[in-house]
Design a binder for this molecule. Structure first.
Ligand code: GDP
Ligand code: MN
Length: 387
């Protein structure tokens, strides 16, 4: 789950990190009032779940409350990478002598939670990671021991030579790691971590992603969810207990099991098709889940064909078939449907599907090719043999 910068700032502040004060505002008038309250130049920042706001014109400085009103008017309602700005953060602006990057991630290669730091912070950290990865220093933290001050200091000295500044930064690194760990984050980062001309270290941006699977342990964090900022289909799917990720292609996929869903998408790609989504109806099937899945898939105007790939185990083929039957009775999808059915209660499932005019395939490769064809694309048969 993504949260907004203003929410992440609150969490960081609670861990003692040096975050300048600010207010979240939804109108230009509120922006003006916030600027007047702060009484100093402010920075006005679009609150959307996407990076690179600065480059997109979503981060601007205003010297007076009147100027803040103008900037607020401009940024509120702005479109940044397909997301509409509905809120802005108005924070005290700071003078910047240098910008660094610090972050905590789950590093699969290192098999552990890893702190990263770079003196080359600011807006282009992705480019730094791509082109000059040696400019990013890393430390994988022992999950049982946690982080030690001497380790944090070592990392801080890799980005700052001044003792006082490195000391402040080391403290921030420990606090950032703690915030990440205790809130079950999948990402926590500050970009930029700045040093002011007076030698003060400040966190002026804040990003936190929370591990969805751990949210049940954090009802207070779950409450930070901004449904307004999320893809509506993903919200509907989550409420129905389905795992759904919207993609850009035109083959709507409905699969039982995350592994099979990934394999299905791979195969669609292999035959020259393009999945419109990842959708896992989960292990235990009930017909209602399939109806919800169909409702979500058919809402996407890009979908030109629907592919069901069901490998019955705990999921029963007849349950899925009944769900599909109920869905077709409820709304008439305008796109062709291809079904691959095998496993538990396959015979019963096939019978149900035949009653609604669907001949289920047995093999995944057949179903995938048929679905691609039915979307009006000629399937590409890969040269290597499929197993
Ligand atoms: P992002 O582009 O979405 O990562 O948004 P940031 O919050 O990181 O802001 C982008 C850039 O705007 C930063 O790298 C800074 O250079 C600049 N910026 C943000 N806040 C301030 C501020 O208070 N003072 C100054 N001088 N620049 C700022
Ligand atoms: Mn940033």
């Amino acid at each position: 789950m993504k949260i907004h910068e203003y929410q992440a700032r609150e969490i960081f502040r609670a861990y003692g990190m040096p975050v300048p004060p600010g207010d979240v505002c939804a109108t230009a008038d509120e922006v003006k009032q916030a600027a007047a309250r702060i009484g100093k130049p402010v920075v006005i920042k679009a609150q959307v779940h996407v990076g690179g706001r600065g480059k997109a014109g979503g981060v601007k400085i205003a010297k007076t409350p009147a100027e803040a009103w103008d900037v607020g008017k401009k940024i509120l309602g702005m479109d940044i990478k397909g997301l509409t700005v509905k809120k802005v953060l108005v924070a005290q602006a700071v003078d910047i002598a240098s910008e660094a990057y610090i972050g905590v991630i789950v590093d699969r290669q290192a098999k552990g939670v890893t702190l990263m730091a770079s003196a080359a912070g600011g807006v282009d950290i992705e480019e730094v990671a791509r082109e000059t990865p040696e400019k990013i220093v890393k430390l994988t933290v022992d999950p049982l021991l946690g982080i030690n001050m001497f380790q944090a200091r070592q990392l801080a000295y890799a980005i700052y030579s001044d003792t006082k500044i490195a000391g402040q930064a080391a403290k921030v690194l420990v606090q950032l790691y703690k915030a990440f760990w205790e809130n079950d984050c999948s990402l926590a980062e500050v970009n930029p971590l700045v040093v002011t001309p007076g030698g003060e270290v400040l966190a002026i941006d804040a990003k936190i992603n929370i591990d969805d699977s751990a949210l049940y342990r954090h009802p207070d964090l779950e409450a930070l969810r901004d449904l307004d900022a999320e893809v509506p289909e993903e919200v509907a799917a989550r409420n129905a207990g389905l795992s759904f990720v919207k993609l850009d292609g035109n083959i709507g996929c409905c699969v039982n099991g995350a592994g099979l869903a990934m394999a299905t998408m791979d195969l669609v790609k292999k035959f020259g098709g393009d999945p419109a989504n990842f959708l896992d109806i989960g292990g235990s099937s009930n017909p209602e889940k399939v109806v919800t899945a169909m409702r979500i898939i058919t809402k996407d105007p890009n979908v030109k064909a629907i592919l069901f790939n069901i490998f019955g185990g705990i999921t029963r083929c007849d349950d899925v078939a009944n769900g599909l039957k109920a869905a077709l009775a409820e709304f008439k999808p305008k796109v062709p449907i291809t079904v691959r059915l095998t496993g538990t209660n396959e015979a019963e499932g096939r019978k149900i599907l035949e009653s609604i005019g669907i001949n289920a395939k047995s093999l995944m490769v057949d179903a995938v090719q048929t679905a691609i064809e039915s979307a009006g694309v000629n399937p590409v048969v890969p040269s290597e043999t499929l197993v």
